[in-house]
Design a protein around this ligand. Sequence first.
Ligand SMILES: *Cc1c(COP(=O)(O)O)cnc(C)c1O
Length: 225
Amino acid sequence: MNEAAAEQLFAVQEAIRKAEHEHGRTENAVTLVAVSKTFDVPEIRPVIEAGQRVFGENRVQEAMKKWPELRKHHDGIELHLIGPLQSNKAREAVETFDVIHSVDREKIAKALKAEMDRQGRPLPCFIQVNTGEEPQKAGIPPKETDAFIAFCKEEVGLEIVGLMCIPPVEDAPGPHFALLEKIAKRNGLNQLSMGMSSDYDVAVGFGATHVRVGSAIFGARPAIA
Ligand SMILES: *Cc1c(COP(=O)(O)O)cnc(C)c1O
């Protein structure tokens, strides 16, 4: 599994470069966020040793258990929080992560800003948009996104760099990626976190700057994750 992960990492990197080329994107315009959730230190290490430095985790507690050890032995790790955040975890999130992809409520925006100020650690943030307006899914409804971006930037003072989405599993992802790109553009945001194992090449065609790829690198996760 470990050796396989390094091989699969190279295959994903190559597919991203190919998609950049095919869609007329600048080479290396897309950052691969390797999603290591549910995998432990021994499974992640070979992927770091293969050269990957940018990783995504969806749970603060889990990341706190794994990454201090990995960071001790490897320089240049950049950790992205891609999962929903509770405001009582803001302190640990700001301590543990370098980029936040999942700002989706006023309360979270304020809690993050307060912690960033307290720790002197301003982090770039993405706002998560619920492009499919799914009731069970995190994210700001598309219609409310312009106002929420303005709130986060102007009232809270967060550094909002872009938007993130997770399209509904049953939908073709293209229209969701296009919608996210449209909302970002009209708000002057130029980073787009979109595309996962099944559709990251499609996302590159719609302007993704960050693709979040887990199982295509690390293999299948246990079903409960
Ligand atoms: C788990 C997860 C991913 C990666 O999913 P794969 O299908 O394994 O590539 C991407 N984004 C988010 C928000 C996730 O929770």
